[in-house]
Design a protein around this ligand. Structure first.
Ligand SMILES: Nc1ncnc2c1ncn2[C@@H]1O[C@H](COP(=O)(O)OP(=O)(O)OP(=O)(O)O)[C@@H](O)[C@H]1O
Ligand SMILES: [Mg+2]
Length: 371
């Protein structure tokens, strides 16, 4: 059986909570990121911190348990979850549109200009493309909450992503938009040659208005005119978000399950993050099957041969199958820990029920934060 080198670091994720103000829970789809992020936030509250978790598409019942409601503003505003902890637990559901609208309000020179942009039909059409990636808006929300005095620590769930670079690159989306030639053509300072280009661009747009309709073109021009003066703020923000992700007070926890494909994906993800200068500080290996007894697989096969035709046969089969699953899982886990030798690992068993309420999260705290 493969032995997995598990660093002997007691309560590694608990230690990260004491020294960090941002925890990013990342990993492949369906591995338990949302559940882990909520559990970590709950534990931070129990340790006396004012913790806020940003969840992405939480299961309905878990959202309900945290007082979040996808159909109302109660989802996108941080809601305080009542409970018997020394600190505070807050939860918020990521709302990409609302987050992007907040950004516009933050960087618009006046509330009126913000409103003009938000009401603009062209903006409404491109807003989804710009805010559409959950990665970008999750990082934005994280930055917003990190700077919110109500919270000591922000735990962010992330959308399922196989490519770490998509995620790290997300804040640059807006910068790329601002660097786009059409944008530059339309919003260059209204002087000299630039002004002429600007007018030329407008003339060009007016000529296409015969095809797409004048009101569409008017919307586009109005949008760009209103956006003028906001680029610097957006660019600075992209840099600040990226810096927050790389800060010493930000920690990345990788959630995974002991399956070959997911472990391979996780290994690639860790390598990509590393190339971007970000290290994964701990691994949560979720939904691990239990290891029963000390017998080797060959002993269990022999035992099955011996008992196959007796009433004990089904039990011997079940035991052999369980140990086979656990052994295979350990092999997959070994690949991952070999790629990440320095990161401590905590394992969480496959529970007999889904985790959809605070009691379920409590069950997980015992494993993610061993006493
Ligand atoms: N240790 C566990 N034992 C049993 N069920 C679990 C365990 N951890 C998580 N689950 C269940 O697995 C499902 C997926 O978990 P979760 O939603 O946290 O994953 P996710 O990584 O956030 O998924 P997605 O990528 O789709 O957002 C949920 O129904 C959750 O209740
Ligand atoms: Mg999730």
């Amino acid at each position: 059986m493969t032995s997995v080198p598990i660093p002997d670091l007691h309560d590694p994720i608990g230690q990260l909570l004491d020294t960090h103000s941002v925890v990013v829970c990342t990993g492949a789809g369906g591995v338990g990121k949302t559940t882990s992020a909520a559990t970590i936030a709950l534990e931070a509250a129990r340790r006396g911190r004012r913790a806020c978790v940003v969840t992405i598409d939480p299961a309905r019942r878990l959202a309900d348990a945290m007082g979040l409601d996808a159909d109302t503003a109660r989802g996108s505003e941080a809601m305080r979850v009542a409970g018997p902890w020394n600190g505070e637990l807050w939860a918020v559901m990521l709302d990409t549109r609302a987050t992007f609208a907040n950004l516009i309000r933050t960087y618009a020179p006046s509330p009126q200009q913000a409103q003009n942009i938000l009401n603009n039909t062209f903006f409404k059409n491109i807003a989804d493309a710009l805010s559409g990636t959950h990665e970008y808006m999750a990082m934005e929300k994280l930055y917003e909450l990190h700077n919110d005095d109500r919270f000591d620590i922000v735990i962010v769930d992330t959308p399922p992503t196989t490519n770490a670079l998509d995620f790290l690159d997300a804040p640059n989306r807006i910068t790329r938009f601002l660097d786009h030639r059409l944008y530059k053509m339309l919003v260059t300072p209204s002087r000299g040659l630039a002004r002429a280009v600007n007018l030329a661009a407008q003339t060009f747009l007016r000529s296409i208005s015969r095809v797409v309709g004048a009101s569409v073109v008017d919307d586009v021009i109005e949008f760009f005119a209103n956006f003028e003066g906001m680029e610097d703020g957006f660019r600075a923000r992209a840099v600040a978000v990226r810096e927050l992700l790389a800060a010493d007070t930000t920690t990345f926890v990788l959630v995974t399950v002991p399956r070959r494909d997911i472990a391979e994906e996780a290994t690639a993800f860790v390598t990509d993050l590393g190339m971007a200068g970000i290290s994964v500080d701990a691994l949560i290996v979720n939904r691990v099957h239990p290891q029963f007894g000390e017998q080797s697989l060959s002993e269990l096969h022999a035992q099955l041969d011996q008992f196959a035709t007796t009433p004990l046969g089904p039990f011997a089969t079940a035991l052999l199958e369980s140990v086979e699953i656990a052994t295979t899982e350990l092999d997959h886990l070994a690949t991952l820990t070999a790629a990440l030798p320095a990161a401590p690992v905590v394992t969480v068993p496959f529970l007999d029920t889904d985790v959809h309420d605070l009691a379920g999260l409590e069950r997980l705290t015992g494993h993610i934060f061993p006493a």
